[in-house]
Structure formats: C-alpha cells, structure tokens
Design a protein around this ligand. Structure first.
Ligand SMILES: CC(C)(COP(=O)(O)OP(=O)(O)OC[C@H]1O[C@@H](n2cnc3c(N)ncnc32)[C@H](O)[C@@H]1OP(=O)(O)O)[C@@H](O)C(=O)NCCC(=O)NCCS
Length: 169
C-alpha cells in the first residue's frame, strides 16, 4: 500500500496531449540514468521513451506504442519511481524500471509492475542484465525467470536473466 499522497500517472508517446515532457521528462531521465549508474545514456533512454524507427544495437527492430508510468510523491514534488514499457517485436517489453533510492523497499517497483500487468492485453516480457540479485523480485511478481546466457558489460561478464509473464486467460 502506497502513501495516499503518491500519484500514478501514465504518459503515452502516441498522444500529443499525454506525452512526457518538460520538468517531468528531465526528472525521469535523471532518475533512470542514475539508477543504472550511467550505463544507460540519456540518449538511449530517450529512444525508449520516444520510440525509434532505427532502434539501437541491442534492439534493431522498431520500438512502438511507448508508455511511461511514473509514481510521484505529490506532497514533496518528487518522482518516486518510473517504468517504461513499449511494444518490441511480439512482446510488451519493459526496458527500464527504477525507484528513486529515497523511496526504495516500500513496494513502489512492485506497484509499477503490477500496474503494467493490469494494462496488458497479451503478455509482457522483461529482460534484465544483472548478477541474479533481482531474480527474487521478478519471481515474487509472478514472472517466470530464465537465465539466458552471459553478456560482457564494460569487460565484465554478467548473466542475463529473462523474466516473462503472460496474462492468464
Ligand atoms: C530494483 C528496484 C527497481 C526495486 O525497487 P523498489 O521499489 O525498492 O522495490 P519494491 O519495494 O517494490 O520491492 C519488492 C520486493 O522485491 C525484492 N527486492 C527489491 N529490491 C531488491 C534488491 N535490491 N535486492 C533484492 N531483492 C530486492 C524484495 O523481495 C522486495 O520485497 P521486500 O522489500 O518486502 O523484501 C530498485 O532497487 C532500483 O531502482 N534499482 C536500480 C535499477 C534497477 O536495477 N532496475 C531493475 C532492472 S530493469
């Protein structure tokens, strides 16, 4: 259960009236850039937020129908968390998810992922690069987590885990 002063807002890139812009866009870029310790550049985050016809090296196919959900602590004018989701090939993909460190371990990421699950029509897939420490997090949210191999990031090996959830019929 989140604090009553927290508010969830969904931005749709496809609707000019509901795009993430201005101060909030900046705050989300800063939150995600910092959360991933700079390994996701602001330009890459913008590609996900805005969608891209060309994609990136790891994501060469079109990224479309982007939505950004943010949880805002209205009383303190702070962004507590943000999650990006977009259509990528045949899945609804969640490329980026972060909770502001000041707000972590209060169930914010859980609420954001559950909200995306609620919006989902067919299935959602999250692919995460980590050393296994988030396995429990995704499993606790009902995702099936598989180790899909090793990737080198900044010269260091990292195991890649793919978490997949499909809406029950
Ligand atoms: C991972 C992250 C999004 C979790 O955010 P959060 O809002 O603190 O998570 P929640 O409070 O919803 O956690 C729910 C459960 O997930 C697990 N969990 C959350 N963070 C965890 C961590 N760092 N290590 C291990 N388990 C964790 C716990 O089981 C937790 O329940 P508990 O607090 O009752 O033990 C946040 O730590 C973060 O932004 N990290 C940096 C960016 C990142 O790694 N993003 C995810 C990859 S896409």
């Amino acid at each position: 259960m989140l604090e009553p002063s927290y508010q969830g807002i969904i931005y749709f890139e496809n609707d000019p009236k509901k795009r993430l812009t201005g101060r909030k866009l900046e705050a989300v870029l800063n939150l995600l850039h910092t959360a991933f310790e700079g390994s996701r550049t602001r330009e890459e985050i913008m590609l996900w937020i805005k969608g891209s016809k060309t994609g990136t090296k790891d994501f060469p196919y079109p990224i479309t129908n982007c939505e950004v959900l943010i949880i805002e602590d209205v009383a303190n004018s702070k962004i507590a968390g943000a999650i990006i989701t977009a259509d990528y090939r045949d899945v609804r993909y969640i490329p980026l998810l972060a909770t502001n460190p000041e707000y972590q371990r209060r169930g914010i990421a859980k609420v954001m992922v559950e909200a995306i699950k609620g919006l989902q029509r067919e299935g959602v897939e999250i692919r995460v690069h980590h050393r296994g420490h988030l396995r429990k997090f995704y499993k606790s949210l009902g995702f099936n987590v598989e180790n899909t191999g090793i990737k080198y990031s900044r010269g260091k090996p990292e195991s890649i885990h793919r978490a997949r959830w499909i809406k029950p019929k």
